[in-house]
Design a protein. Structure first.
Length: 160
């Protein structure tokens, strides 16, 4: 199964963290990293009084089911010092991994929502995703490239 993952960090050495997290995703059981976007510097979203984020997207090929993949991703977050309990929504973080898409599946279960519920609204997730999968369709919302074309993206900058 093909899965799309969004990566973000804005605490510590966020560039190094996102790069290391890509390697950690590639090391997950029965999973391989097919493609990764460049890293992007993006303004904070939701809660804007915090440092800018480093964001990226990854395309994985995995034999893990969606729930098992998500659990493995949460383990990677914990390995990088992320604590989700009692943290303010959209706050600063050492690492954030989001399961954006899992094939063309639509999943709505407690703690597992695919496509990611806000993916179609978030340029910081769509810009790197469209870089690695320009023909991607987001179930219920259409082509990701069309969504990006309608967004303001001038404050999103590739790093390096």
């Amino acid at each position: 199964m093909q899965a799309c993952i969004g990566l973000g960090a804005n605490l510590g050495d966020a560039v190094a963290t996102v790069q290391a997290a890509l390697q950690a995703l590639d090391a997950l059981p029965r999973t391989r990293l097919v493609k990764a976007s460049r890293l992007y510097r993006t303004p904070a979203w939701g809660k804007t009084d915090q440092p800018a984020f480093v964001n990226a997207a990854a395309l994985l090929e995995t034999a893990l089911d969606a729930r098992t993949l998500l659990d493995a991703m949460l383990g990677v977050e914990r390995d990088f010092g992320r604590e989700r309990a009692d943290v303010e929504r959209w706050s600063a973080r050492t690492l954030d991994l989001d399961l954006l898409l899992y094939g063309d599946a639509v999943i709505d279960e407690p703690g597992l929502h695919v496509p990611h519920p806000h993916l179609h609204e978030r340029a910081f997730a769509l810009v790197p995703l469209v870089e690695i999968a320009p023909d991607l369709v987001i179930p219920g919302h259409g082509r990701a490239s069309d969504l990006v074309a309608a967004m303001v993206t001038g404050d999103i900058h590739a790093i390096g």
